[in-house]
Design a protein around this ligand. Structure first.
Ligand code: PLP
Length: 382
């Protein structure tokens, strides 16, 4: 008896998530001591200091279970964002929120709809409940405003009677594309009311566009809309695993049946409350991101490299051509070559983007180091 065959079909199809290469692993394998990691869209400035300060008060109480309701954090979120307490659900990272949606609504022969080149977890979470994947073709690579972005009309057209959940990443990772307020509202109005729309806003705080809007404005209008948020990116707390969703209270009621009684830990709850008060850290993060994103854009333009315009804290650079000439290199080749320079980025072949690398926006020093290394790697192309 082969145990593998006992797993359901969806599990058998899963390719486990490949995280960004850890710094320690690179340093061990390559004998380097000063490597930098720009591979997981982490905050290069560290964690919000007010979050870390709050942690000190909590470590003495680890013998107690966390507050399963997450009362204090939910109250803080309700105040800060002007929503009702009952519209909030906490998750072990926003990743867990994405899982709640499929676990609550999708049966084995039903489907989950999302775009090509969108976040890997949508497929993982769906296969884990044995759902069918309804993957919609993205906008073309040469689209003027959102290359490889979500094609909302095509997504609407792909909805069928077995569609239960739609994932929309806004902005999307790894493309860095976003959807305008008007386009998204138009979409939400046309989605059948018996289909749950999960709007994944892991990077929304980084967006600086007049036609972008936080989708929380629609949770009162649409019972079937769920907006997912995280403390992992802007606030620099991915190690604690904490995120949340805003939606109709009816969805929260269902998720309260699905989630573990103590799904978010006490340190994470306390740190997240501190983070929400740290306006200074938020501003530093946004300033750093804008400055260094611009440095990479300028470099690409000077060097004749195509890139995907990004509103997040990362961007994708096409390393297959330079100045219109083939470099003979794939994203994976350049990723490998950069490792020798002590720079970890992300190859995105698994997102069907083999020509690209995705780089997280680092500090000034890290960005300079990345650009110097990328220049050297490209100069060595035949
Ligand atoms: C990083 C990321 C998340 C989730 O991160 P958590 O650490 O689980 O909160 C969700 N969606 C996208 C698109 C992401 O890139």
């Amino acid at each position: 008896m082969n145990i593998f065959n006992l797993a359901h079909k969806g599990i058998q199809q899963i390719q486990p998530y490949a995280p960004g290469k850890p710094l320690e692993e690179l340093q061990r394998e390559y004998g380097i001591t000063d490597a930098i990691k720009l591979a997981s869209n982490e905050n290069p400035l560290g964690s919000a200091p007010k979050a870390l300060a709050a942690l000190n008060d909590a470590v003495g109480s680890l013998n107690r279970y966390p507050d399963g309701a997450g009362f204090a954090l939910k109250q803080k979120i309700a105040q800060k964002f002007g929503v009702e307490y009952g519209q909030i659900c906490l998750g072990n990272g926003s990743n867990e929120i994405l899982e709640f949606a499929v676990r609550t609504f999708v049966n084995a022969d039903e489907n989950v709809l999302f775009s090509e080149h969108s976040f890997a977890v949508y497929a993982l979470a769906s296969l884990a409940v044995n759902a069918q994947l309804n993957i919609v073709k993205a906008l073309p690579k040469d689209h003027p405003s959102a290359p490889y972005g979500h094609d909302l009309p095509a997504m609407l057209a792909a909805i069928n009677p077995k569609t239960r959940v739609i994932f929309v990443a806004n902005p999307n990772n790894p493309t860095g594309s976003y959807l305008s307020q008007d386009a998204l509202y138009d979409f939400l109005r046309q989605v059948p009311k018996n289909v749950i729309v999960v709007l994944d806003q892991a990077y929304y705080e980084f967006v600086d566009k007049p036609d972008f809007a936080d989708a929380k404005m629609w949770i009162d209008e649409f019972d079937n809309v769920l907006v997912a948020y995280t403390f992992s990116k802007l606030y620099g707390l991915p190690g604690l695993r904490i995120g949340y969703s805003l939606s109709s209270a009816k969805l929260v009621n269902l998720f309260d049946r699905v989630r573990q009684p103590f799904n978010t830990n006490s340190l994470a709850q306390i740190a997240a409350i501190g983070a929400l008060d740290d306006g200074e850290f938020v501003q530093q993060t946004l300033d750093n991101n804008q400055r260094n994103m611009q440095a990479i854009v300028d470099f690409c333009q000077d060097a004749g490299l195509a890139y995907l315009p990004s509103v997040g804290n990362f961007m994708c650079v096409d390393v297959s051509h330079q100045g219109g000439k083939a470099t003979g290199k794939t994203g994976l080749d350049v990723y490998d070559a950069l490792l020798y320079h002590g720079v970890i980025v992300r190859p995105v072949a698994s997102y069907a983007m083999p020509d690209f690398i995705r780089v997280t926006i680092g500090t000034d020093d890290e960005t300079a180091r990345f650009l110097t290394a990328l220049k050297a790697v490209l100069a060595s192309c035949p």
